[in-house]
Design a protein around this ligand. Structure first.
Ligand SMILES: Nc1ncnc2c1ncn2[C@@H]1O[C@H](COP(=O)(O)OP(=O)(O)OP(=O)(O)O)[C@@H](O)[C@H]1O
Ligand SMILES: [Mg+2]
Length: 275
């Protein structure tokens, strides 16, 4: 009698086997660094713009890719009203601002138009921005990620060559939970984590008194627990917020500001990781 075994047919096994992805590099740059955090509103975009401008200030050629399709921040934070041009009808040229090459979905739609898109459309937009933009001769592209661990993060982790990710968080318990999820996601997807940044770390009054509004040293502790590098603390600072809203990031507006110096120190640490 035939011995029958219960199991998956070869054809079905083929369908359910883990998919292997080809990682495409973004042409026109040597390195790609993503700025991420699983939680929203912790200062990823503010960090990404000022960090990119700090890398520029220490001599690198830099681009910023705004990967937040539902909530692009780059046009407002970098003060860009221009639309990208296409010479050949196939690729788009990034918009130059403060010596940095920039691309955002926000360049292509009105400021108050909502992007009512399902996941596959977002993935397709990300592929266009990484493959069809004529990034030119850059050392670094800084990718400003949306919050969460969704389609955009997965597309970058699986299908695009990302050389490293910087995780930004506030030191608050509820934000740290998301940081741990973020660390586990990037570890699982084998994207190197370059380090963690503690944003809105504390508030310092004019008299020099420090207030730990969101808690103390939380991000540094998570970095230690997960054996990741701790890159630094950025305090809550009104000049940083005003500069972001005015369209000229603080690092560009006031390079000697104490907060700009912190960004520069982080840029120098990242430089060490690459060169
Ligand atoms: N260190 C800081 N001091 C003062 N204000 C800050 C600081 N960091 C960020 N902000 C302000 O906090 C708000 C949220 O920052 P931002 O938009 O950069 O966060 P985000 O993580 O990119 O948000 P999202 O998840 O929506 O993309 C902005 O108004 C920004 O100007
Ligand atoms: Mg943002």
């Amino acid at each position: 009698m035939d011995k029958k075994t219960v199991g998956l047919s070869d054809a079905f096994k083929g369908q359910t086997a883990p998919k292997s992805f080809v990682k495409n590099e973004i042409k026109g740059t040597k390195f790609t660094i993503a700025v991420s955090s699983a939680k929203g509103g912790v200062g990823k975009s503010t960090f990404a713009m000022n960090f990119a401008l700090s890398l520029k200030s220490i001599g690198f050629k830099v681009g910023i890719l705004d990967a937040d399709i539902y909530g692009p921040s780059l046009p407002k934070m970098m003060g860009i009203k221009e639309k990208p041009k296409s010479e050949d009808g196939k690729s788009m040229a990034p918009v130059n601002q403060y010596g940095v090459q920039c691309m955002s979905i926000g360049f292509l739609v009105d400021e108050d138009t909502p992007m009512i898109w399902r996941g596959p459309m977002v993935t397709s937009a990300i592929k266009t921005f990484t493959q069809k933009v004529s990034w030119n001769n850059l050392d670094f592209i800084i990718v400003d990620m949306p919050p969460g661990t969704g389609d955009t993060q997965l597309t970058f982790a699986q299908e695009i060559k990302v050389d490293g990710v910087i995780i930004v968080s506030t030191p608050q318990e509820i934000a740290l939970l998301d940081v741990k999820r973020g660390i586990n996601m990037f570890d699982k997807l084998k994207v190197p984590i370059l380090g963690l940044v503690d944003n809105m770390s504390f508030f310092e009054s004019e008299e020099g008194k420090k207030y730990n509004i969101f808690g103390e040293d939380g991000v540094e502790k998570v970095a230690k627990d997960y054996k990741k590098k701790f890159l630094g603390k950025i305090p809550i600072n009104v000049d940083l917020r005003i500069a972001a809203d005015s369209g000229k990031p603080l690092v560009e507006e006031k390079p000697e500001h104490k907060i700009s110096i912190i960004f520069k120190e982080i840029a120098l640490k990242i430089k060490e990781s690459f060169l």
